[in-house]
Design a protein around this ligand. Structure first.
Ligand code: NAD
Ligand code: UDP
Length: 312
């Protein structure tokens, strides 16, 4: 039976992924996380499961696991813009030293290694929608560069481990993903808007709200990640939902679904905030036989329900 290692498993996507991996009969899941942006409560439901093991560990420090690993997936890295801006050095380190430590672990185990890269490698894209062959339009010296350039460095490292050292690797570029287990105060748009709408508080719209994003529900996201783990596809491959919305459309949708009295107020647009983002998912369809099933309204309803249950 396979043993999976999930780095960053106490985070939003990682904890959803662990739940799904543990459904595979006999599969063992080891999680490494240092709780930089993840939460202990995301793991509570797995604690009694004998097939689950957790090590509180910073992957920037050397990693020693005395068990044979079959699959390693790396999700460790702050992902919300306010998070990586508050932890810029940690972000650069986890994307470089942390990734290298995991790559060495994967080589030692002859394990399949899947890494979570991001649509941010395309920066503020001049090509729309974004295909994997687009090289991006990224500011290397700015507010988002600790994340964007960290992720680009990691891609380059993985390329070398694959081409020169023969690692069995897969690279996914994740586009905005949302759903239950996001940290309610992570500062991302979906959690901010839903919390604000549920409390009938002002909705904080950064800039004019005409910037777009394409939102993928977390269940679709982890289905693609599991397919990537079980394939030998190298990627890079975009994983996201191509349905694109402006932030104004998102706010209006959230207000409607929560029956809220909130008003939209405009705040300054953060520096280097991408104006548009939409994945071309042809490669994922072809190579992983994957496409998202949950559309925004249904996913938002589930996320609203979850935040309501938490008391928001
Ligand atoms: P998250 O912040 O909820 O999870 C990241 C996890 O990594 C946290 O549990 C954190 O504590 C852990 N971590 C950070 N540094 C670590 C370190 N040095 N050692 C061990 N653990 C560490 O973020 P998320 O939304 O779940 O994102 C997961 C991954 O997916 C990230 O790599 C992110 O860049 C990528 N991604 C996410 C999105 C998205 O929309 N959610 C989009 C693109 C890419
Ligand atoms: N945003 C917003 N109000 C908020 C939080 C975010 O208008 O309270 C905007 C942000 O400026 C960006 C978009 O929503 O244009 C998505 O932001 P998020 O931080 O969720 O992710 P990003 O795609 O920028 O990494």
């Amino acid at each position: 039976m396979p043993t999976y290692l999930v780095a960053g498993g106490a985070g939003f996507i990682g904890s959803n992924l662990i739940g799904k991996l543990l459904e595979e009969k006999g599969a063992k899941v080891i999680c490494l996380d240092n709780f930089l942006t993840g939460e202990k409560k995301n793991l509570v439901e797995f604690e009694a499961n004998p097939n689950f093991e957790f090590f509180e560990h910073d992957i920037v420090k050397p990693i020693k696991i005395d068990q044979k690993l079959d699959y390693i997936i790396n999700l460790a890295c702050p992902a919300s813009p306010p998070d990586y801006r508050s932890h810029p050095i940690e972000t650069l380190e986890v994307c470089s030293i942390g990734v290298k430590n995991l790559l060495d672990l994967a080589l030692r185990n002859s394990a399949r290694f899947v890494h979570a890269s991001t649509s941010e490698v395309y920066g503020d894209p001049l090509e729309h929608p974004q295909t994997e062959s687009y090289w991006g339009h990224v500011n290397s010296y700015g507010e988002r560069s600790c994340y964007d350039e960290g992720k680009r460095f990691a891609e380059s490292l993985i390329y070398i481990y694959k081409k020169d050292l023969g690692l069995n690797s897969g690279l996914i570029r994740i586009f905005n993903t949302y759903g239950p287990k996001m940290r309610p105060f992570d500062g991302r748009v979906v959690t901010n808007f839903i919390r604000q709408a549920l409390a009938n508080e002002d909705i904080t719209m950064y800039g004019d709200g005409k910037q777009s994003r394409s939102f993928c529900y977390v269940d679709d996201q982890i289905e693609a990640q599991i397919k990537m783990l079980h394939s030998d596809f190298e990627g890079p491959v975009n994983i996201g939902n191509p349905n694109e919305f402006t932030m104004l459309e998102l706010a209006e949708g959230v207000i409607k679904l929560t029956d809220s009295k909130s008003k939209i107020v405009h705040k300054p647009l953060p520096a280097d905030d991408p104006t548009q983002r939409q994945p071309d998912i042809s490669l994922a369809k072809e190579n992983l036989a994957w496409e998202p099933k949950v559309q925004l309204e249904e996913g938002l309803k589930k996320t609203i329900e979850w935040l309501r249950k938490l008391g928001y």
